[in-house]
Design a protein. Structure first.
Length: 203
């Protein structure tokens, strides 16, 4: 039932972007340099904490843009895949997460093609995996993050860099061989994106 609700919500948001993006509607894709929080291992003898190492990820999606003078609103619908590496017992293990992000950004036009923006990012976790072990679910499939960044626009083409941080505390927990693990699944990443407007830009 939850997946049906998510699919319906995605279709609704995509339709909203197309119908209401008065000044722009387009596609975007990019790469990220990301990490998650600490992985904690609880055993009968000792508790271990493993720091996440940053690895590359990617994102692809849609965006809309509504110009309001010097200010604009930019809703996005993005599929994101992130990976973090943990060294557990001298062995590197990758934690992978895929999610749907819905940033709602408020931007400010500065000088020429340069803009700055910020806003909340609503997130729905689709899947998470560590070394072939699927967790039944993280604590909350829905969570909240924040995006802060800057962009340059040349006609239909845009380039932006942003910092994303998950705000909602959200742990994944599981057991393996009698040991208990918890992982802070909140992403922290630097994202580089290239976008292309499919509609004629009106300023």
């Amino acid at each position: 039932m939850k997946k049906r609700i998510v699919l319906f919500s995605i279709a609704f948001i995509a339709s909203f972007l197309v119908m209401n993006a008065q000044n722009g509607f387009g596609i975007k894709a990019g790469l990220s340099y990301n990490s998650n929080g600490d992985l904690k291992e609880f055993t009968t003898d000792v508790d271990n904490i493993y720091k996440g190492q940053s690895k590359s990820g990617f994102n692809v999606g849609l965006f809309g843009k509504i110009n309001l003078g010097a200010i604009y609103i930019r809703p996005e619908l993005v599929y994101t895949k992130t990976t973090s590496e943990y060294e557990i017992n001298s062995q590197a293990e990758d934690f992978e997460m895929s999610k749907i992000d819905v940033p709602v950004l408020v931007g400010l036009k500065l000088i020429g093609p340069i803009n700055v923006f910020a806003g909340p990012a609503f997130q729905y976790i689709l899947d998470n995996d560590l070394n072939g072990l699927d967790f039944e679910k993280v604590e909350n499939e829905f969570s909240l993050g924040i995006n802060i960044g800057a962009s340059v626009e040349f006609g239909r083409i845009g380039i932006d860099v942003r910092y994303e941080r998950g705000l909602s505390e959200n742990e994944a927990s599981w057991s393996k061989a009698g040991e208990e693990f918890t992982l802070d699944s909140r992403p922290e990443q630097i994202i580089f994106s290239l976008s292309y407007s499919l509609t004629k830009k009106k300023e």
